[in-house]
Design a protein around this ligand. Structure first.
Ligand SMILES: *Cc1c(COP(=O)(O)O)cnc(C)c1O
Length: 372
């Protein structure tokens, strides 16, 4: 059935650049004919709708505000750390993966006093230890969807501890928002480092912070530390329909379209079901091929992808090369290495973006022939 005379469809099995919904692509095609001035009267309704849509899709519009920022997920990490903490506050960082390391690194860079709870990648944090460490801190930061190991961290449990002790919880939701079930208010999350790319399926150039309204009110008195990423000042400006710096209205319209595409799929619950259906095809398929899925005790797997052991007798590069260059049923596949210290032993296969289930069935055939 392979058709080598036509350009193959490239399917991305990576977590940030993948095919986007047709509604987002329609904006990309037509915007040039009709640009919007980011301070004019046409911009405010779009900004209002997107900021509201970002929290409404999470069922969090009562208690939270979304603030849009130009940049990728890391921009939201810097903005939340630099804007949602007083300089004197002691921050417990729970880290068991590459992005927890990033939170640690950024916190140190802005001069925050950090209490470091470092675990081996993928390992579940010990909740009694979290409770003991948090007693001596003012706030705690952690990743929800651990993209470097494809596992989920126990944010709800840590949130309950933070609530009991009266501490602030900052969550990196960059790879879990809009895909995994999340209840920000019930989990006691004070602020979220977000993304408009990953689970929301817009481009990787626009991001968002989501901040609980009581914290936002406190932030009016916090000194500024990350000049162009200051969330309180940016929020004030966005409520008035503007942005303190240049913002790209096309990107904002693409996020608007991505929110509309999410609603078409039945919101977060609908998208979660779509991603789970992909897991249900792929994970048993990997195991039938003799591949070993990386699992960590009491840490559920993320819905967006799977980390696997590199099989004996092959290398990541050889496998990636074969999958990218061998056309199977009109498709080729781009896969992803593991991060840093995991990359010798593991690789990752994400299933994000706008692809039909059939693409993943074809992928399993491509994988079988690349391994065989
Ligand atoms: C993708 C990701 C980030 C941010 O990465 P960028 O390099 O800025 O795109 C942060 N945290 C998590 C959990 C992620 O998956």
């Amino acid at each position: 059935m392979s058709n080598t005379s036509q350009t193959p469809k490239v399917v991305s099995l990576t977590p940030a650049v993948f095919h986007l919904p047709e509604k987002v692509n329609a904006v990309s095609r037509s915007y040039g004919e009709n640009p919007i001035v980011p301070r004019g009267p046409k911009f405010k309704p779009v900004l209002d709708r997107v900021r509201h849509g970002l929290v409404a899709a999470l069922g969090a519009d009562q208690d939270y505000e979304a603030i849009l920022l130009t940049g990728s997920g890391s921009t939201a990490i810097a903005a939340v750390l630099g804007s949602c903490l007083r300089p004197s506050e002691r921050l417990l960082v729970i880290r068991n993966g590459a992005y927890g390391d990033r939170i640690f690194e950024f916190s140190r860079a802005i001069g925050q006093t950090v209490i470091d709870y470092e675990l081996p990648y993928g390992h579940r944090p010990d909740l009694a230890k979290v409770e003991a460490l948090l007693a001596d801190a003012d706030a705690v930061a952690m990743v929800h969807g651990g993209t470097s190991t494809c596992t989920l961290n126990p944010v709800a449990e840590v949130g309950a501890i933070a609530k009991r002790l009266g501490k602030k919880l900052l969550m990196d939701g960059i790879s879990s928002l809009y895909v995994e079930p999340i209840d920000l208010a019930a989990w006691n999350v004070a602020a979220v480092m977000g993304s408009c790319n990953k689970g929301l399926h817009s481009h990787p150039n626009m991001t968002a912070a989501i901040v609980r309204k009581d914290l936002l009110a406190d932030m009016a008195t916090f000194p500024s530390r990350t000049p162009n990423l200051e969330l309180y000042k940016t929020w004030k400006s966005q409520v008035a329909g503007a942005h303190p710096y240049t913002i790209d209205p096309m990107s904002v319209l693409q996020v608007d379209a991505a929110l509309s595409a999410l609603a078409d799929e039945g919101g977060v619950a609908g998208r979660h079901a779509i991603y789970q259906a992909r897991c249900d095809i792929l994970r048993p398929g990997y195991e039938r091929l003799g591949l070993v899925i990386a699992r960590f005790p009491e840490q559920p797997l993320q819905s967006i992808g799977t980390m696997l052991e590199i099989p004996q007798g092959t290398s990541y590069n050889a496998l990636a090369d074969r999958l990218a260059n061998t056309v199977v049923d009109g498709h080729v596949f781009e896969i992803y290495s593991a991060q840093g210290k995991l990359s010798d032993r593991y690789f990752r296969l994400f299933h994000m973006g706008d692809y039909p289930l059939e693409a993943y069935r074809i992928f399993l055939r491509a994988l079988a022939s690349s391994l065989g």
